[in-house]
Design a protein. Structure first.
Length: 202
């Protein structure tokens, strides 16, 4: 069962960022979260937040085939595409005069770093994923060019939230296997021969 596929993919993205955030990166590996901008405030210790804001069927996958095992056949899996809002933060660590302040330069550095990471890892094979990914198809990550109107509309849904540097990415296909299955009988092939006789006229 892969009803956890959406959560698994979100975890893979979080772990991917954390695994590549070394001493040269402006991103702290312990400060990457799956959260809505509405959940982040001046007391939050977050560098990068991912928020899945749109989920739809992945038309590029087509109808697919019925998975079979022995004499049992499942319904076709559900293939999804997920869009994430990727937001960078640079909130003070709570010590001294930095409490509650933000650094716009650091925010831009962190957003650039995470987009570079997704660009360099635009294809993730299940066997190489930094977290469980229970599907055969590799994940594709692409940066989405949302219009200004769409982005402003998205941010307007977060009440009393200040706009931060952000981008949107699309991840697909996310596969959820069907629980419906049924028995079927395999048709055996039989070789037949045709005896051809020629007709002769007297």
């Amino acid at each position: 069962m892969t009803y956890s596929a959406i959560a698994d993919v979100s975890n893979v993205l979080i772990e991917l960022i954390a695994a590549t955030a070394d001493e040269r990166s402006p991103i702290d590996s312990s400060r990457v979260e799956l959260a809505s901008p509405a959940d982040i405030d001046s007391r939050s210790s977050v560098d990068i937040a991912l928020y899945p804001y749109h989920i739809e069927t992945d038309a590029a996958m087509g109808s697919g085939s019925h998975p079979t095992s022995g004499t049992r056949r499942q319904d076709r899996p559900l293939a999804l595409s997920i869009r994430y809002l990727v937001t960078a933060y640079a909130v003070g660590d709570g010590s001294g005069d930095d409490e509650g302040t933000t650094n716009p330069f650091k925010r831009q550095q962190r957003l650039g770093a995470v987009l570079q990471l997704f660009h360099d890892n635009s294809r993730i094979e299940p066997a190489d994923a930094p977290g469980p990914l229970l599907q055969e198809q590799p994940l594709s990550i692409s940066i989405v060019d949302e219009s200004v109107d769409v982005r402003l509309s998205l941010w307007s849904q977060f009440a009393d939230v200040t706009h931060h540097p952000s981008a949107t990415i699309e991840v697909s296909p996310v596969i959820i296997q069907s629980l419906n299955e049924a028995e079927f009988t395999r048709v055996e092939e039989h070789e037949t021969s045709v005896d051809r006789r020629s007709n002769t006229s007297n």
